[in-house]
Design a protein around this ligand. Structure first.
Ligand code: PEP
Ligand code: MN
Length: 339
């Protein structure tokens, strides 16, 4: 349920209403916009009587929220949320490109890629240290050593980093990671979602391979329920009957997420198609659809990449794609980060 307050209401009267809800055991999400103040109520609101609430003279309107996702719902927070990480803003027209290899392979590799993507204009360095691979016999990532190398690349280039977590047992290792990625395969790992909620760290939440939009937003709701509001959604393609591409980019996820939620949403064109020749056209589509950024795989030697070489751009290709992204983002009125 949301309670919309009358403008310029006295604080003392607002506090009295808040206390009423707290006494009923409800959690209150307070949203102070330019023109409206909203209380979003989470908990058992079935026992609330709309007439009783309207009797408070600070209340303008009461509305039930039928969707199961509440705190991430745009009805709770009409303005776009902007997440601030390492001096970069994400959302509400601020556009970020995160780029780097699928996996960290060596210091030389990650530093070379970091320098190149930074020069081309990326605002974050991506790179997997813990890799969720379909086969147990495939390269599993350099794990803790990979995180150290990412932090070394961050130290050398100043680029903040985004990298995937696969178990809550590893959270301590991620203390200096700027954005923790929760991969598609773990989108409904509820223990991990709860721990990320408690961590307070910025989270890049990727949509599950066959997750509906409601399930995707409910995963974000888990993180919010743990007290962490720093969530960036990421559409990375979903499973369909089509076999010629790795996944199918659900471009409608962008306007849909923006209608349903206040959270920023970025697109991963690399995992969406699994083909490097599609990264540029899908990036263009993402910008046109209103995405708040992109996460792109780029590698110094894609032919010999230990993971996802076929979808990785080489560094000159990344440079070309990035120049196109900058032009189109500017045309669509986005502000490229870093400013
Ligand atoms: C990745 O980013 O390398 C990755 C494994 O992504 P996803 O979880 O979307 O498959
Ligand atoms: Mn990958």
């Amino acid at each position: 349920m949301i309670v919309i307050l009358k403008p310029n209401s006295e604080q003392e009267r607002i506090d009295r209403l808040m206390q009423h809800f707290k006494d009923m055991g409800l959690a209150i999400h307070y949203s102070q916009g330019e023109n409206t103040t909203i209380f979003g109520l989470v908990g058992d609101t079935t026992k609330l009587d709309e007439g009783d609430i309207m009797a408070y003279d600070v209340v303008e309107r009461v509305q039930r929220v039928s969707e199961p996702f509440k705190a991430v719902n745009r009805k709770f927070h009409p303005e776009d949320t902007v997440i601030e990480v390492a001096g970069r803003k994400i959302g509400a027209g601020y556009f970020n490109v995160m780029a780097g290899p699928c996996s960290v392979e060596s210091e030389a590799q990650i530093v070379e890629v970091a320098e190149a993507v930074k020069k081309a204009g990326a605002s974050f360095l991506r790179g997997g240290a813990f890799k969720p691979r379909t086969s147990p016999y495939s390269f599993q990532g350099l794990e803790a050593e990979g995180l150290k190398l990412l932090l070394e690349a961050k130290r050398q280039t100043g680029l903040p980093i985004v990298t995937e977590i696969m178990s809550e047992k590893h959270l301590d290792l991620f203390a200096d990671v700027d954005i923790i990625q929760l991969g598609a395969r773990n989108m409904q790992n509820f223990m991990l979602l709860k721990e990320l909620g408690a961590s307070g760290k910025p989270i890049l939440l990727k949509r599950g391979l066959s997750a509906t939009m409601e399930e995707f937003l409910m995963a974000a709701e888990y993180i919010f329920a743990g007290g962490n509001t720093n969530v960036i959604l990421c559409e990375r393609g979903i499973r369909t009957f089509e076999k010629m591409i790795r996944n199918n980019l659900d471009i409608s996820a962008v306007p849909l997420a923006k209608t349903l939620s206040h959270l920023p949403i970025i697109i991963d064109p690399s995992h969406a198609a699994g083909r490097r020749d599609m990264v540029q056209p899908l990036s263009r589509a993402a910008i046109a659809a209103g995405a708040d950024g992109l996460i792109i795989e780029a590698h110094n030697d894609p032919k010999h990449a230990l993971c996802d070489g076929a979808q990785s751009l080489d560094l000159p290709q990344f440079d070309t794609v990035m120049a196109d992204i900058k032009r189109r983002a500017a045309f669509e009125g986005r502000e490229m980060m870093p400013l």
